[in-house]
Design a protein around this ligand. Structure first.
Ligand code: NAP
Length: 459
């Protein structure tokens, strides 16, 4: 056995792998973060490894202007490709059975493929498992959506638990891989005054926004089954809310990978938040659909929401009465994701703490200062942090963090099944409310409105 770990990617010709995962591996290799791994890429589109690699080379050079070709060669040296169809599993199983999986220290199966084939991929992994000795650890890494409701998630989770214990299952929410989102943890844990300010006594309201300029593009069929509530609300938005609202446990002093006590308490604290979430009345829920959506997906009758905006409440003493405005929409005026904490104020100028997640990753504290020579007149100023300005380096891409953490076995950034289960409970309740109270999906003009306009409309 060598000391390498093997990543096996299902869906290695798809958008996620080529746009996010492979570029992340390139940065991992060029920054020498980890080296002892191999990649087995599985897809249908390319007949051989040469044409697959030239496709990867092309898409990487479109993305990264000054490629380090020696790093790329090192990465290619680690990468193999197999043309396989999950709907025709026998050749794929035979190929993998011969792949000398026993030579590896660990096998990481990564489902970077369509949710509609997850079950078949898992059945295939079950068959391959027969060829891997029990002493070789196996991990399963899966991309959202994790089911479509609570019931389907439970079924999916049962399939996983047949293959490996929960500690080896990695549910990827790539927002949690972003440095600024992880900074929420540090901001709260290492700045005790901020953790204390984040409570009903000081906070008037919180806005959590994922605003996109793009529409559904070619993902129309997928989106019709999903909509904004399942696509963004169930995962990214509820994750961000729980990170902001949770009682932060103290960080461990040792390296975070060894600190299972922090991981366990953080997971527990996040679950406490999500278990205590309260939905608003139907009147406060806004559902929208951008004007060109039905044309884009060629279905004039579609009622799928491309925008959702509503306040959620956390039933706890800490957050009593504070609305967490949750808002996401496609084809809005601006592409931006942020959390804005608005503090109670004695003047019309509010103090705010803004954590911008994209396109820029930065933290802004807005305070009032005196204008020079103008008596006691004040003006808002931004005390801000961004990684490049302060540390001279950009934050790593989310998938760099995710891949390295999967490799190392650090689960701090991955939701556990209990959290996902509770998040589906909220989604199921919200969908019931929408259905029973007949909340209508209203049209909005493409690329015209800002997220805050919808929040103000419902306040
Ligand atoms: N794209 C993103 O930025 C993004 C971000 C977050 C999460 N995700 C999630 O990641 C997953 C993949 O998304 P994606 O955008 O990469 O989708 P995609 O571009 O449609 O890619 C799907 C991949 O699955 C492969 N595939 C489909 N049917 C197959 C079969 N029967 N046998 C073997 N391979 C098969 C395709 O192979 P061929 O094309 O070669 O046929 C392709 O490689 C989804 O769950 C999505 O929700 C995506």
């Amino acid at each position: 056995m060598n000391n390498e770990k093997l990543f096996v990617f299902f869906g290695a010709t798809g958008n996620l792998f080529t746009e996010k995962i492979f570029p992340a591996f390139y940065h991992i290799i060029s920054r020498r973060k980890i080296d002892n791994f191999r990649i087995l890429a599985i897809g249908r589109r390319f007949g051989d490894v040469q044409s697959y690699k030239s496709f990867l080379r092309q898409s990487l050079s479109n993305k990264i202007p000054h490629l380090d070709f020696s790093a790329l060669d090192r990465l290619f040296h680690k990468t193999n490709y197999y043309q396989g169809d999950v709907d025709d599993p026998q050749p794929l199983i035979a190929f993998l059975a011969d792949y000398q999986l026993t030579n590896y220290q660990e096998i990481l199966f990564y489902l970077s493929t369509l949710p509609s084939i997850y079950t078949r991929v898992l059945q295939l992994i079950e068959r391959i498992n027969e060829h891997i000795p029990l002493n070789i650890p196996k991990k399963i890494i899966i991309e959202k959506p994790f089911g479509f409701d609570k019931k389907s998630f439970i079924l999916l989770n049962q399939l996983f638990s047949k293959l490996t214990p929960e500690r080896n299952i990695y549910y990827v929410d790539h927002y949690l891989g972003k440095d600024t989102v992880q900074n929420i943890i540090v901001l709260k844990a290492e700045n005790w005054f901020i953790e204390n300010l984040l409570s009903a006594g000081y906070v008037k309201e919180i806005h959590i926004v994922v605003s996109e300029r793009e529409g559904v593009g070619t993902r129309g069929q997928f989106y019709e089954e999903t909509g904004a509530i399942r696509d963004i609300f169930q995962n990214h938005l509820l994750q961000l809310l729980s990170l902001i609202a949770m009682d932060i446990p103290p960080l461990c002093q040792e390296d975070k990978i060894e600190c299972s006590s922090f991981l366990n308490s953080m997971q527990q604290k996040k679950i406490e938040v999500i278990q205590n979430l309260k939905l608003p009345t139907a009147k406060q829920v806004f559902l929208g659909q951008y004007q060109s959506y039905t044309q884009e997906i060629s279905n004039p009758f579609s009622k799928t929401e491309t925008l959702v905006c509503l306040p959620l409440y956390v039933s706890s003493k800490r957050w009593s009465g504070v609305p967490f405005w949750i808002m996401t929409g496609k084809k809005l005026a601006q592409k931006i994701s942020y959390i804005e904490i608005i503090f109670h104020s004695t003047t019309p100028n509010e103090n705010r703490l803004i954590i911008e997640i994209q396109p820029e990753e930065k933290i802004d504290l807005v305070i009032q200062v005196k204008i020079p020579g103008m008596g006691l007149s004040s003006s808002p100023v931004h005390l801000n942090f961004n990684s490049l300005g302060t540390f001279g380096i950009n934050s790593p891409e989310a998938y760099e963090n995710i891949l390295v953490d999967c490799y190392r076995g650090d689960k701090t950034l991955f939701p556990n099944s209990q959290f996902i289960l509770h998040s589906w409970e909220i989604v199921d309740k919200l969908r019931d409310l929408i259905y029973k109270e007949q909340v209508q999906v209203e049209k909005y003009i493409d690329n015209h409105y800002h997220a805050e306009e919808f929040i103000n409309l419902k306040k």
